[in-house]
Design a protein around this ligand. Structure first.
Ligand SMILES: Nc1nc2c(ncn2[C@@H]2O[C@H](COP(=O)(O)OP(=O)(O)OP(=O)(O)O)[C@@H](O)[C@H]2O)c(=O)[nH]1
Ligand SMILES: [Mg+2]
Ligand SMILES: [Zn+2]
Length: 281
């Protein structure tokens, strides 16, 4: 029998079947082969043992989910305030895995329409939604994004990922955490990855939030290709231009003309520095 892994806790795997999910253990051989079943995997199951992992379409590492169709990057507009450097790094990580990012800015009830418009312009080269899980109406446009597939929700702790899945499913499937009073940060309420079947072949993966920036290791020359807006400007003098100190650079020209967002570019340079300092080890 084949099924999809919905969650894994301490070596137990919940595999979806027609009736109830079955709790399975992976066969011992996987470890020797360096294979690890992952949430989202389609697996072959026999006698409560996972005996085979079917070929994966892709594997997102942070959060660790297999066969992802789109990544919903969930950031709150306030409480906690969005960290755009973390968002930009996350966009890069997702694109690096060949997965399309969809930006979901939550808690629109906590900011002004002007603030929303600024962020709307900043990220105009990505599909993006502004929602509040407290306002079901605001979810309507977003629901149309959900064609059949596996969607992973990723973002900082306290952004409202679990709240979103609860609001979309109409059920209290996940525990929602309070924010710490002082720093208005999330408290890492969700502890493991879990796929929820929403109906109509749509799966949503709730994942634990994070607070720190993690950038997938890559060559410094690779980074620029994960900035879709850089691909639209005039060509640079050098093919391998990093859009940093080089003369006659299409990106810097576009910036000086106000055609690109300054803060996206600054964050690009920060991520470039991160990759450079990693290389020096
Ligand atoms: N004002 C407001 N608060 C919200 C909204 N959505 C969620 N919250 C609150 O934000 C807090 C965090 O929500 P969660 O859904 O637990 O956030 P999470 O992203 O799942 O956090 P982790 O599981 O820690 O990663 C809770 O107190 C929610 O009630 C919203 O649209 N507006
Ligand atoms: Mg959560
Ligand atoms: Zn350039």
């Amino acid at each position: 029998m084949t099924g999809r892994i919905l969650k894994s806790i301490a070596g137990d795997y919940w595999v979806e079947t027609k009736d109830e999910p079955i709790v399975c253990r992976p066969r011992g051989l996987f470890r020797h082969e360096g294979k690890k079943p992952t949430v989202g995997d389609i697996v072959e199951v026999k006698d409560e043992t996972i005996i085979d992992i079917l070929p994966r379409k892709n594997l997102l590492l942070r959060p660790n989910v297999a066969n992802v169709d789109k990544a919903l990057l969930v950031f709150s507009l306030n409480d906690p305030k969005p960290d755009f450097l973390i968002l930009d790094a996350l966009i890069v990580n997702v694109l690096y895995e060949g997965i399309e990012p969809v930006l979901v800015f939550n808690k629109s009830d906590l900011v002004s329409p002007e603030d929303i418009e600024k962020i709307n312009l900043l990220y105009s080269c990505f599909p993006r939604y502004f929602i509040s899980t407290l306002d079901k109406e605001s979810l309507k446009g977003f629901i149309e994004e959900l064609s059949p597939g596996v969607y992973v929700l990723a973002g900082p702790s306290g952004a409202g990922k679990s709240s979103m899945i609860n609001a979309l499913s109409g059920k209290e499937l996940f525990i929602v955490g309070a924010l710490s009073v002082k720093i208005k940060r999330g408290k890492h309420t969700t502890r493991h990855n879990e796929l929820i079947y929403l109906g109509k072949d749509v799966y949503l993966a709730d994942t634990p939030g994070f607070q720190t920036l993690e950038l997938t290791p890559m060559e410094i020359t690779e980074l620029r290709q994960y900035y879709p807006e850089f691909l639209e400007v005039d060509p640079c003098r050098y093919d391998n231009c990093l859009h940093d100190k080089e003369p006659v650079c299409g990106v810097k020209k576009a910036l000086s003309q106000g055609l690109l967002e300054e803060s996206r570019y600054k964050n690009y340079l920060s991520l470039l520095d991160k990759l450079r300092s990693r290389k020096e080890y």
